[in-house]
Design a binder for this molecule. Structure first.
Ligand code: DC
Length: 210
């Protein structure tokens, strides 16, 4: 069974998806980390981020991999922490919007999805990558709360700059951020992680029993 968890930055996707995967004994796939790792590599090589064909080729030649502890690797480097810094936050939408890049990433994501039970988080999982996912959830939250949550994970940037970055990224990601028509929307603003996980787990159990 595939559980698709989509939504904007700071809505709680990673924390919830990871905890849910653990509870269910499913694999966990963070598709945002794939776009982030590619962005990190493009920045490291000084590649122009406007050139979709070159970035698509870079993605094809350097697959992003995950180990059993969900550490993220590209081009032989462990980039788990490097991809969570504000320089990558700022540029990742620019890289992710190229159709050539998305084609490579989506192909890999579908290969991973085809390997069995998984919780997959991203922006377009329920709409494009796995439209047949058994359970689709779209997490959302108040923008101020999203910025506050992100702040605790970004010691390298001030609160105001972070809120602005988040707003800009929402605008850039908007085209890919539509919830699937059949996704269950959950507003996490006032919910604890455990409550969100429990809600999705109930959806999964109901679906498995059906
Ligand atoms: O979820 P995140 O913040 O780690 O995602 C990083 C960026 O990658 C996000 O700004 C948009 C992009 N992304 C995407 O376009 N499609 C996905 N399935 C996942 C992420």
């Amino acid at each position: 069974m595939i559980v698709a968890i989509d939504g904007p930055a700071g809505a709680g996707k990673s924390t919830v998806a990871r905890a849910l995967a653990e509870r269910l004994g499913f694999r966990y796939l963070d598709t945002g980390a794939m776009y982030r790792a590619l962005t990190w590599l493009a920045l490291k090589r000084g590649l122009p981020l406007g050139e979709g064909a070159a970035l698509g080729a870079l993605a094809r030649d350097h697959p992003v991999t995950f180990d059993e502890n969900d550490r993220v690797f590209i081009d032989g480097a462990d980039v788990t922490s490097a991809i969570r810094r504000s320089n990558v936050d700022r540029m990742v939408s620019v890289v992710a919007r190229h159709p050539e890049v998305r084609e490579v990433m989506r192909e890999r994501q579908r290969e991973l999805a085809a390997q069995g039970d998984a919780v997959i988080e991203g922006r377009d999982i329920g709409t494009v990558v796995v439209p047949a996912a058994a359970v689709k959830v779209y997490l959302e939250a108040d923008p101020n709360v999203r910025a506050r949550r992100r702040q605790s994970e970004r010691p390298d940037i001030g609160a105001d700059a972070l809120a602005t970055d988040l707003k800009l990224r929402d605008e850039q990601d908007r085209a890919r951020m539509e919830p699937a028509a059949d996704a269950q929307k959950i507003d996490t603003t006032l919910l604890a992680v455990d409550e969100v996980v429990a809600q999705i787990e109930a959806l999964v159990r109901a679906r498995a029993a059906a």
